[in-house]
Ligand binder design. Structure first.
Ligand code: FDA
Length: 404
């Protein structure tokens, strides 16, 4: 069967691209190997899908080329998606920091996308696995003036449901995170097959694992969370951290994990709203134990364990000014080494992917292979936590759809 465009991957980017191309009168097929579409949308945002962030800017993304995402984000902005959500009467709210969540369920977003697919006459094949992708050169289409680029042709997609052909092939198969719900390396393999460069991939927005010899006391704090300012290199995020059985999670740690590389230390300011030395000095005459005093500012159990590790068990009165300065510094620059992340099984996204040097930032089309597009998470554009990754999926999908 012949299509104008075939999109591989029925996730956020794939479905949205299909809708926009279908609306433009293109005959579109979406190939999804799962038995349902949008599984990541369903589990996203704790079941409420943080579908965009109204403050989205290029600065909220990590990429070898930090400017690459600008054009697509300008072409389809958060407000455009909000209008679509409103049109479908889906209730939503701003949780914090511009993050928009469904009030009821993320299923509403999948239902909305499926309704729009139907309206746009998009065909969706579920349980469809791709065996091979080939491109036959269409010599009559002729070579373009750019010798690095081929002259077009037809893609042949061999699947377990037969062979499909198309002029434009869009890879929207996402990243490597959460393989148990269908993530594969298909996009990267296809890019390599056509000679496109991949920026090394690694888990991002992912919990971190303590080193083996890290204090036992902290391992017993699973479930405790506190507001901190977390830094790695030049990046820092002020949000909660959460102790897990193996290490740390919580929004601030997930954010910084995208910037962290094995071997690097991460620094935590445990009293981000205070000048630690000043508040300790103000209590210098107090008979209060340091742990009890810190327990007024931090969760009690954490304050106990932290004090046991880093300071003497005595009343504040018993500390010299020099000792208080050391305690203050330790509170503001608590450094932790991690051995690894919890990996793709727990990562929200994959950092790296198809190099942006290979793609047009206007259309997401490969510069080398005419008719081959990459959109969404498979591209080396990784958003922060907070709705940015879905916005990238919608925006990159929209950009590609305009030229299909
Ligand atoms: P996506 O992964 O959505 O879709 C890819 C599709 O391709 C899948 O349906 C997959 O089954 C299919 N596929 C893969 N290989 C295939 C093959 N070989 N053949 C056919 N089909 C294939 N982001 C955000 O902005 N807000 C949020 O609230 C969250 N929350 C969140 C929670 C959790 C637990 C995770 C894991 C992730 C998030 N994210 C998020 C990230 C967000 O889900 C992610 O960035 C987007 O879904 C990416 O959209 P894509 O369409 O690129 O990939």
């Amino acid at each position: 069967m012949k299509f104008d465009a075939i999109i591989i991957g029925g996730g956020a980017a794939g479905l949205f691209c299909a809708i926009e191309a279908g609306k433009r009168g293109r005959k579109v097929l979406v190939i999804e190997h799962n038995s349902r579409v949008g599984r990541k949308i369903i589990i996203s945002g704790g079941g409420r899908c943080n579908f965009t962030n109204i403050h989205t800017r290029a600065e909220n993304f990590i990429s070898e080329n930090p400017h690459f995402c600008k054009s697509a984000l300008a072409g389809y902005a958060p407000q455009d998606f909000v209008e679509l959500v409103k049109k479908h009467h889906i209730e939503f709210y701003e949780k914090k920091l511009g993050q928009l969540f469904c009030r009821e369920s993320s299923l509403k977003i999948v239902e909305m996308l499926l309704t729009e697919c139907k309206r746009a006459n998009v065909e969706i094949r579920l349980n469809c696995s791709v065996k091979s992708v080939l491109k036959s050169e269409n010599v009559s289409a002729g070579r373009t003036h750019d010798s690095r680029r081929d002259g077009g042709g037809t893609f042949e997609i061999e699947t377990n449901q037969g062979k499909f052909t198309c002029k434009n092939l869009v890879i929207a198969s996402g990243g490597l995170s959460i393989p148990k719900i269908g993530a594969t390396d298909f996009g990267y393999r296809t890019a390599r097959q056509f000679g496109l460069k991949i920026i090394e991939t690694r888990p991002a927005l992912v919990p971190l694992v303590f080193e083996k010899n890290f204090s036992e006391g902290f391992r017993k704090l699973a479930g405790i969370s506190l507001d901190t300012n977390v830094s790695c290199g030049k990046m820092s995020f002020r949000e909660n951290i959460l102790f897990t059985h193996r290490g740390l999670s919580g929004p601030a740690v997930l954010q910084i994990s995208s910037y962290w590389k094995p071997g690097e230390k991460i620094s935590f300011d445990l009293l981000p709203s205070e000048n630690a030395f000043e508040i300790l000095k103000n209590e210098h005459e107090s008979r209060k134990n340091l742990a009890n005093f810190l327990g007024e500012l931090l969760p009690n159990r954490f304050a106990e364990v932290w004090t046991r590790e880093f300071a003497a068990a005595k009343p504040l009165k018993g500390f010299s000014e020099k000792e208080l300065a050391r305690v203050a510094e330790a509170l503001e620059k608590w450094q932790i080494s991690f051995t690894e992340t919890e990996g793709y099984a727990k990562a929200e996204v994959t950092r790296g992917g198809v190099s942006t040097n290979e793609l047009s930032s206007q259309t997401m089309e490969s510069k080398k292979v005419k008719g081959l597009f990459f959109i969404g998470e498979v591209v080396d554009v990784t958003g922060w936590l907070g709705g940015y990754n879905f916005q990238w999926a919608w925006s990159s999908a929209f950009a590609a759809a305009q030229t299909l």
